[in-house]
Design a binder for this molecule. Structure first.
Ligand SMILES: N[C@@H](CCC(=O)N[C@@H](CS)C(=O)NCC(=O)O)C(=O)O
Length: 206
């Protein structure tokens, strides 16, 4: 059993989707970041940079308790632990998976969050920044669209690489930018949205 300390944000949804897809037993521990609970000393012990999501696995390697923050690292850890194909077992495929998992976590979401800051959360008009980040988002969506024209999912089969980008594409792609210009991303998004694990993972809590 592991504890998932999280909240209803893009990175939080990644970890919860992964938890649901893994089939592993877990307990949801809400960390309300609007109430600054991420700064509580107990949470900082598992996530020193005060970021959700984080996990505590009481049945880690060798039966040890381990803690882990960073959504990409959590996706990989749970994928390896569940061993159900979401993180590939073939070493060559793992190289490809790591590339797209890191791209999704480090590049795509980070820039999507900046898009969200300037378009939605800032509460101040900064037209040059809005234009810049819309261009960045469109360029990345175009890249995924090309990739998904040739692959059903990012690396062929459904994997952690899809989970790493689905929440921001769902939040900003569908709702803010629209996916009409990205038909392959739209097909991919709708298939993922329909998965029972994803439906469960987006149920509000807290
Ligand atoms: N690189 C981290 C980013 C996590 C992140 O940005 N978490 C945000 C919510 S999506 C957060 O906890 N913000 C609260 C804070 O910064 O205090 C990851 O992929 O997990």
């Amino acid at each position: 059993m592991f504890e998932l300390h999280t909240w209803m944000t893009d990175n939080g949804y990644k970890a919860r989707q992964m938890a649901e897809e893994s089939g592993l037993e877990y307990e949801l521990k809400p960390v309300n970041i609007r109430e600054k609970q991420q700064f509580e000393p107990a949470f900082l012990k598992i996530s020193p940079g005060h970021k959700i999501p984080a996990i505590i696995d009481h049945d880690g390697p060798g039966g040890q308790t381990v803690t882990l923050c960073e959504s990409g690292a959590i996706l990989k850890y749970l994928g390896q632990k569940a061993d159900n194909g979401l993180y590939p077992s073939d070493p060559v495929k793992q190289v490809e998976a790591d590339q797209w998992l890191f791209y999704g976590s480090a590049q795509f979401t980070t820039l999507a969050q900046q898009y969200g800051l300037f378009w939605i959360r800032l509460g101040e008009e900064v037209p040059r920044a809005k234009e810049h980040y819309e261009g960045v988002m469109r360029e990345m969506l175009g890249m995924y669209d090309q990739r998904l024209a040739e692959n059903e999912y990012v690396i062929g089969d459904y994997s952690v690489c899809d989970i790493a980008v689905y929440p921001d594409i769902h939040i900003h792609g569908v709702n803010d930018i629209g996916l009409d210009d990205y038909p392959n991303v739209k097909r991919w998004h709708d298939a993922i949205e329909a998965r029972p694990a994803v439906q469960k993972a987006w149920v509000p809590f807290g």
